[in-house]
Design a protein around this ligand. Structure first.
Ligand code: SAM
Ligand code: SF4
Length: 382
């Protein structure tokens, strides 16, 4: 059995899937009415996935998009070229669904690299099958990789992803490192009572190997609609969980629009304590900086005001925000034979109406006025 999700709303006043035209004289680029400029493009290669993470997909899976609805390799390459050459896109992240399930992944990356020799191209993956593909991805021109890894315990991993593939993911992480796809970043979502207590051990493991771990607050983007504000693990809790073993101090490097707030990590002297962020707490640190850890606090400490992202779903829809309830068709226009300039125009109009903020943080524990988007994270491209 599969579950079908409702589609986001389109603007009927201007035609389904069409954004209103932005005011004349608006400077070019992916600007919005609040003065933000998107330069970081997230492109979903597929909605399909071989895991069923509880915070993302239902156990039964979702109804996959029809093959002809998904962007072809040539269409992806063209859309990226419009973004880079006409609209000021400066970095590209490939995501999904699971990008590794696309048979033409290496060819897509090679084509993107040939068009854009200097563009940073990274990819977010669950790591299943990465051991076999890492070297080819590097050779094709992939710059860097993010691998999702929520637990180092087989049972916990299987509970979270509903698949027994921990060994394959660990082999993928090692292979990515060996292939030169570093710095390797690891993404972990903490779920209360399942893997939250494992967070210091996950950090220790990452630090020993030189991987940069980032904890992501669980967002209400699960197809099961099981997220609750009360039950999610907040950034404050994550800092507190880590502070039993480590002292975190803000990374002096500029955040520069990055979703993750980075901290330098030092070991805590056994028994030394003090309120988080206080001088006494810092005095509890010993030894050198072991590495960094990132916390992506999209729910409780949102960074909407400095957001630089624009998203293209696997079926070529523009989403200006993960939580947007509107999306605008780019692929349909491309398939009608539109020029590069017309595609750029549509993309700019769609970004102009990017919401000011997602609103999840406004409502305290109940999140009463926040409406969860219809698409799950896997169907948007996280
Ligand atoms: N399948 C790949 C993977 O898992 O890395 C790429 C797509 S996945 C949607 C991208 C990232 O989104 C992963 O790191 C995953 O942990 C994260 N993610 C998925 N659902 C989430 C949710 N509800 N809240 C926070 N992060 C989520
Ligand atoms: Fe698949 Fe990634 Fe979603 Fe997990 S988080 S179900 S790996 S798309």
């Amino acid at each position: 059995m599969s579950i079908q999700l409702g589609m986001p709303q389109s603007r009927d006043s201007v035609g389904p899937g069409l954004p209103p035209a932005r005011p004349a004289g608006t400077p070019s680029g992916l600007l919005d009415q609040y003065g933000r400029r998107a330069t970081d493009m997230r492109l979903s290669l597929t909605d399909k996935c071989n895991l069923r993470c509880t915070y993302c997909m239902p156990a039964e899976g979702l109804e996959w998009l029809a093959k002809q609805a998904v962007m072809t390799a040539d269409e992806i390459v063209r859309i990226v070229r419009v973004g880079v050459e006409l609209l000021g896109v400066r970095e590209l992240r490939l995501t999904g669904g699971e990008p590794l399930v696309r048979a033409d992944l290496v060819d897509i990356i090679a084509a993107l690299r040939s068009n854009h020799p200097e563009l940073p191209i990274s990819m977010t993956t669950n790591g299943v099958g990465l051991d076999k593909k890492a070297a080819a991805l590097k050779a094709a021109g992939l710059t860097r990789i993010n691998v999702s890894l929520d637990s180092l315990h087989e049972e916990t991993f299987a509970k979270l992803t509903r698949r027994p593939f921990l060994d394959r993911v660990l082999a993928g992480v090692d292979a990515a490192w060996a292939a030169g796809l570093g710095p390797v970043k690891l993404n972990a979502v903490l779920m209360r009572g399942i893997n939250d207590a494992e967070s210091p051990a996950l950090l220790a493991w990452a630090l020993e190997r030189g991987y940069e771990l980032r904890f992501i607050e669980q967002m209400p983007l699960d197809a099961d609609h099981g997220w609750t504000r009360r039950n999610m693990i907040t950034a404050a809790e994550i800092r507190s969980l880590l502070s039993v073993d480590y002292v975190l101090s803000p990374d002096p490097r500029a955040r520069d629009g990055a979703p993750a707030e980075r901290f330098e990590v030092r070991r805590r002297v056994a028994g030394a304590a003090g309120p988080l962020g206080s001088d006494a707490e810092q005095l509890g640190a010993e030894g050198p900086v072991l590495g960094t850890v990132g916390i992506i606090a999209s729910v409780t400490e949102p960074f909407c005001a400095d957001c630089r992202r624009t998203r293209i779903t696997a079926e070529g829809k523009i989403m200006s925000c993960l939580f947007s309830r509107e999306e605008f068709d780019l692929l349909g226009l491309l398939r009608e034979g539109a020029s590069d300039e017309a595609l750029a125009e549509r993309w700019q109009d769609a970004m102009w109406v990017k919401p000011k903020a997602h609103g999840m943080d406004h409502t305290g524990l109940g999140a009463a006025d926040f409406v969860q988007p219809d698409r799950s994270m896997s169907a948007i491209g996280g």
